[in-house]
Design a protein around this ligand. Structure first.
Ligand code: RB5
Length: 147
């Protein structure tokens, strides 16, 4: 799988380890910043990653901030994005299986390294189930086009 990764200052410390984790499992990981732990605004990096995912068919994203909340809210503003704010293996697994999420969001201040690793395992090994979930995902995407 190909991943675009971004964080803010509150997620910066785990961004590197997450990239290493993905690469060690054979995935492609593109670091979209930031390059230091200096204070930044999470919507800027959510937008970068979300636009990269939309522009690169079949790719995925990972966004890390303090809680995962701001990143998911911001990324979901971009048409074509289904960013899932996850907390554990089960939520990351369901985000792919039922919601066909294309961006995984989580919080460095919330989830420890073991939980982060389990979320990445779940997200990278689970496929969208389709079937009854397809129509629901289509309805979500149609909502983004309305006002
Ligand atoms: C930064 O202090 C913090 O607000 C941000 O990382 C994130 O948690 C927002 O949702």
């Amino acid at each position: 799988m190909k991943f675009y990764i971004g964080s803010d200052h509150a997620g910066f410390a785990v961004k590197g380890p997450v990239i290493e984790m993905l690469r060690s499992r054979g995935h492609e990981a593109v670091d979209l910043g930031p390059e230091s732990a200096e204070r930044v605004d999470y919507p800027d990096f959510a937008e970068k990653v979300a636009r990269a995912v939309v522009d690169d068919d079949g790719s995925f994203g990972i966004l890390i901030c303090g809680t995962g909340i701001g990143m998911s809210i911001a990324a979901n503003k971009i048409d074509g994005i289904r960013a899932a704010h996850c907390h554990d293996y089960y939520t990351a697994q369901m985000a792919r299986a039922h919601n066909d999420a294309n961006i995984l969001c989580f919080g460095e201040r919330v989830s420890g390294p073991g939980v982060i690793e389990s979320m990445i395992d779940a997200f990278t090994t689970t496929s969208f189930e389709g079937g009854r979930h397809s129509g629901r995902v289509e309805k979500i995407m149609a909502l983004q086009k309305s006002h």
